[in-house]
Design a protein around this ligand. Sequence first.
Ligand code: FES
Length: 107
Amino acid sequence: MSPGLFPRSEDGIRPAASDALSISVDGKTVDGLAGQTIAGVLLGSGRLAWRKTSSDGSPRGVFCGIGVCFDCIVEVNGIRDVRACQRRARDGDQVISQHDPLPEVTE
Ligand code: FES
């Protein structure tokens, strides 16, 4: 056995078990762990995209993951434009994916 390999039970730096949480995403329940961001919960559930661009409806999810690009925005508990990669999920959060069509141009 390599010196770097040892049983998980003997790993002194393994993280403690996290509490489970559930959020609602577009009406569907998604399970996650305490400490995860909303994006982390969504990615963990296998969902890679949850927003569509205004111009052509292209799918978007996490791009930068550090709060810079705003590709991951969602509505959380009635508050729009929340960056999913920056907002920690809380048990019972109501998340709604966003799609804002471009405004009509009138002259
Ligand atoms: S992924 Fe870029 S702001 Fe969230």
